[in-house]
Write a protein that binds this ligand. Structure first.
Ligand code: PLP
Length: 400
């Protein structure tokens, strides 16, 4: 009998994976689906980065490297943190991993025990809760609200902390809400963290470069250097440089934590891909004009999506300050009938209706711990977005 590990008992394929499979199946049957479910830039990786990878291969950089990254990529990460965030990390305070997801996974693996709790402000990125559950720990989901810009309130955090709390995890700009924590949002939260020395803070800054506001991006380790001994700052090249397939993420944090993360890496990935590390070093050190170009594109796509949504009176959306996602409140449509006579009872159902009957793929809010919403990704091309938004509009208008 095949018996999977109990660690997987609460973890199935994510809603995004299921949507990807369903979309692929419909396309295979010849249906044209407007894909707006994937958080993946449609741009090609910039040429200078690709060239750096080719040079690395030709130079023979095709062997195992240090498990936490080559000296070259680690110093590029060090310089990035200093230049862009004003944070100074020593060599033993940095790891470079096979994607930022591997930092999350190894940090949780290295620190969580059954019974431990991780506080996740919702909506949160789907993988957070699943990874926490895989470790036998508990994801403590704290709902946030549109009227607070989907940001965690310090008083809610204070109430949620127990002796079992190990981590608070904040993602800014947020996937899926697009919310950005400003100084005034972070400061009261960091005061709560300061008062509870057993609680550590993990911050996921993956979308740092996709921000539409003029204010500079801020991250907690920069705001409170005195708390740096309890902060893990995670980032990566996937989204900023259209490098999702290269699988490079990185993090800076206290040396004792990095040491146990490295122990996990040493028995799992060994090291990230040597060629991708050379590419990531070029991404971080080389010209940054592609990042600015992508941002201009995302801004135009965001405006398109927000304008289109404004024509759907039953859908509400807070304009995202960052990322390439819009998080849409569809609760006004709850209980309506589809043209087939089915009552819309939850967001999984709405997404199935929009996929099968209208030909557009999106992700249900319940996947992000927030039912009653859905996520649109505007990392797809403008043509695909126009088609998808027209279909959403028609699909909503057809409900009675
Ligand atoms: N963090 C957030 C918030 C994300 O949305 C993603 C990817 O979707 C990741 C981390 C993972 O990035 P990587 O491709 O580096 O594993």
């Amino acid at each position: 009998v095949f018996r999977p590990s109990p660690a997987l008992s609460k973890v199935g394929p994510s809603a995004i994976t299921r949507m990807t499979a369903a979309t692929a199946e419909l396309k295979r049957q010849g249906r044209q689906i407007a894909s707006m479910h994937l958080g993946e830039p449609d741009f090609a990786t910039p040429g200078n980065i690709v060239e750096a990878a080719i040079r690395a291969m030709r130079a023979g950089d095709t062997h195992y490297t240090a498990l936490d990254g080559t000296p070259a990529v680690k110093s590029a990460v060090q310089e990035k943190f200093a230049r862009e965030n004003g944070i100074y990390f020593e060599d033993d305070q940095i790891v470079v991993t096979s994607g930022a997801k591997m930092v999350l996974f190894s940090a949780f693996f290295a620190t969580l025990n059954p019974g431990d709790e991780v506080i996740l402000p919702a909506p949160y990125w789907v993988s957070y809760s699943d990874i926490v559950e895989m470790m036998g720990a508990r994801a403590v989901v704290l709902p946030t609200h549109a009227q607070d810009g989907f940001k965690l309130r310090a008083e809610d955090l204070e109430r949620a902390i127990t002796p079992n709390t190990r981590w608070l995890l904040i993602n800014s700009p947020s996937n899926p809400s697009g919310a950005i924590y400003r100084r005034s949002d972070y400061e009261p939260i960091l005061e709560v963290i300061e008062r509870h020395p057993h609680v550590w803070l993990m911050v996921d800054d993956m979308y740092e470069h996709i921000i539409f506001q003029d204010e500079p991006f801020l991250t907690p380790a920069q705001l409170r250097p005195d708390l740096q001994g309890r902060i893990l700052t995670i980032n990566g090249v996937s989204k900023a440089y259209a490098m999702t397939g290269w699988r490079i993420g990185y993090a800076g944090g206290p040396a004792p934590l990095m040491k146990v993360i490295k122990a996990v890496l040493s028995q799992s990935t060994s090291c990230p891909c040597s060629i991708a590390q050379a590419a990531a070093a070029e991404a971080l050190r080389g010209p940054q004009d592609s990042v600015r170009r992508y941002l201009g594109e995302y801004r135009a796509r965001r405006d398109l999506v927000i304008t289109e949504l404004s024509h759907c009176p039953d859908l509400k959306v807070t304009e995202p300050d960052g990322t390439f996602y819009a998080f849409v409140d569809w609760r006004a449509l709850f209980g309506k009938l589809t043209p087939r006579g089915e009552t819309l009872s939850d967001d999984e159902h709405l997404c199935q209706y929009l996929l099968h009957d209208c030909g557009v793929s999106i992700v249900p809010g319940s996947a992000f711990g927030t039912p009653g919403f859905f996520r649109i990704s505007f990392a797809s091309s403008e043509a695909e977005l126009r088609l998808g938004m027209a279909r959403i509009r028609e699909g909503c208008a057809a409900l009675i």
